[in-house]
Design a binder for this molecule. Sequence first.
Ligand SMILES: [Zn+2]
Length: 313
Amino acid sequence: MRVADLHADVICKMLEHPGSKWGSADSAERFDVTPDRLQQGGIELQVFPIFLPDTIPGDPESLFRAAELFWSEILTVKGMKLIRRAGDIELALQEGKIAALLSLEGVEGLRGNMWALRLLYRLGLRLLGPTWNHANWACDGALEPRGAGFTKAGRQLVTECESLGILIDVSHLSDRGFWDLAECAGRPFFASHSNARSIKDHPRNLTDAQIQAIISAQGIIGLTFVPWFVIAPEPATIDDVLRHVEHVCALGGAEHIAFGSDFDGISRHVQGLEHPGKYPDLAEALLRRYPEQLVKGFLGETAIRFLTKNLPN
Ligand SMILES: [Zn+2]
């Protein structure tokens, strides 16, 4: 079954551990996501966000160093194919390659420079979450106590992204930021790695109204395997993840469900979902509850359709 994963922090881990080789034989010791596990899990599309950890200066130079790692350490691995245009996805699938997309999580490092955004676009950037959890020059993040929305510069960023063909990811936005985006967005937007707040109350999860707004905007919701966004107390199991699937379905979102694991960005895992090689187990659990056609959608086809429809030609 085709699997698409909208968020895994391989680049961040490489930034935290300079010199670590993602494609090397021992990469499973450091990374959740490895080329072998992507194959094992049947992943056909993987999003690789740039997220700058605290230890690295938040400036354009760091962003370009991170983009360079994407090119030199990920795209050089046999079987990976960079996705820049909508049609590249179908080509990758036909060639039996893994479609690799570059995204940005938090725009701190741009420091408001649209030239840096445009240059990252030329390097393949196609998805962008304006914030991580804190406030920055564009917007407030989900854990910022002030809870403000977009700044004027942040709205200009959204406009620039939309004109370039970069899709906006709402996963880390504050609630106010989410609604500002919903109001000003001219294009479909999506959540790369968030769950349903009605099932697990956490500011990183989406309220029912937000889920419905994403559905109305023809967007998608990448449900995530971050255990503390799935259930409390932990441990979280695959069945607990399915409760979020069920909830989004109940809100009329069955055609809008995808997954964004957050592998390599988390210190604990859902039991049975420790790395992408475990996706077949999730598929099996889904198939026990849902028709095959729907499960195919959840696991990959919905995300692939969304990206094929909304990436630039
Ligand atoms: Zn994140």
